[in-house]
Design a protein around this ligand. Structure first.
Ligand code: NAD
Ligand code: LMR
Length: 329
């Protein structure tokens, strides 16, 4: 029997991440190669025409799994019955700008979108916020969707996770397939902490394999944490294909589960684990089983790791307080 299509809403569909994302969703990479999808594209009014152009191209691919495409500038229509919401549309950071500067510019977008999700989303809705500042935008959206469990609002740190995996693999002289159990802690910002102390290279402790604290502090951590800015500097635009790829990875893991013995990184509402204040949307080591994220418990946190995690979490608390002061949560 044919399966009922899953409704996937993408905001900012006419943007550069949208362009890299939509074709992969429609070809089965987001949910699985046997799951039909119905796409809803949400854009601001001036970008509707560009979204229509992308929809024409999607039609021209004749994707067997693509059950239909709706395009709208109305958030209520976009999120009505949505199962998977990818909140990409936001103002990207430009050279020299820090994420904190984006709080007020983007906060206004995520309040009405949270309200629309609350009003019309399907009971199983899962939300991934990509638009920056992603963690705090997710907090804003979640706080305007009181009827949706807060565990359904997440923000993307999978791109940071993937970046860290490649950097560690290069240093260890292995491939990414040999790296497991990496964690990004905290904010999707330059304060994030990519943790190799609990990671493994072919089953061996990664920090011991590498055994190079100078590289860890002077190269690995800043390279991963500042990669977004380095891409902007090199490309003249923020990362797009790699961001779309990470969004696909995040939702695929969430819905279909994480591999036995490994975990991934995702920013989810804290339940107080590892001393992260409850309610803050912070990145953790997570597994997924049956469609729910679970924080990996019991990891050893050294003093070095503790101070890095605390610094990033402190930034998230500041962002929360700033949007609270702006009346956005
Ligand atoms: P872009 O400027 O190319 O596209 C953004 C799109 O969003 C535009 O088409 C714009 O019209 C649309 N938009 C703006 N307001 C909207 C609204 N209220 N509703 C619907 N659509 C709206 O930007 P991009 O390169 O696609 O990046 C999108 C966001 O993703 C940025 O905030 C960027 O910083 C962020 N990003 C996050 C990560 C991450 O790892 N979390 C990685 C890369 C980029
Ligand atoms: C990224 O990490 O590539 C994006 O979040 C862009 C940015 O502003 O860093």
């Amino acid at each position: 029997m044919a399966r009922t299509p899953v409704t996937v809403t993408v905001t900012g569909a006419a943007g550069q991440i949208g362009y890299a994302l939509l074709f992969r969703i429609a070809s089965g990479h987001l949910l699985g190669n046997d799951v039909p999808v119905r796409l809803r594209l949400l854009e601001i009014t001036p970008a509707l025409k560009a979204a229509e152009g992308t929809a024409m191209e999607l039609d021209d691919c004749a994707f067997p799994l693509l059950a239909g495409i709706d395009i709208t500038d109305d958030a209520r229509a976009a999120f009505d019955g949505v199962n998977v919401a990818l909140l990409v549309g936001a103002r990207p950071r430009t050279a020299g700008m820090e994420r904190g500067d984006l709080l007020s510019a983007n906060g206004g977008i995520f309040k009405p979108q949270g309200e629309a999700i609350n009003a019309g989303a399907a009971d199983d809705v899962r939300v991934l916020v990509v638009g920056n500042p992603a963690n705090t935008n997710a907090l804003i959206a979640a706080s305007h969707a009181p009827d949706v469990p807060s565990s359904r609002f997440t923000a993307m740190t999978r791109l940071d996770h993937n970046r860290a995996k490649t950097q560690l693999a290069k240093k260890a002289g292995v491939t990414v397939n040999d790296i497991t159990n990496l964690t990004i802690w905290g904010n999707h910002s330059a304060t994030q902490y990519p943790d190799i102390f609990n990671a493994k290279v072919n089953g061996r402790n990664a920090a011991e394999v590498v055994n190079d604290q100078a590289w860890l502090e002077g190269d690995f951590i800043p390279t991963v944490a500042k990669r977004g800015a380095a891409i902007i500097e090199a490309r003249g635009a923020s990362s797009a294909a790699s961001a779309a790829n990470a969004a696909i990875d995040h939702v695929y893991s969430w819905v279909n589960g994480t591999p036995e013995g490994d975990w991934v990184s995702a920013a989810i509402a804290s339940d107080g684990s590892y001393g992260v204040p409850e309610g803050i949307i912070s990145s953790f080591p997570v597994t997924s089983n049956g469609g729910e994220w679970e924080v990996v418990q019991g990891l050893e946190i050294s003093d070095f790791s503790r101070s890095r995690i605390d610094a990033s979490v402190a930034e998230l608390v500041e962002e929360r307080d700033a949007v609270r002061a702006l009346g956005l949560i």
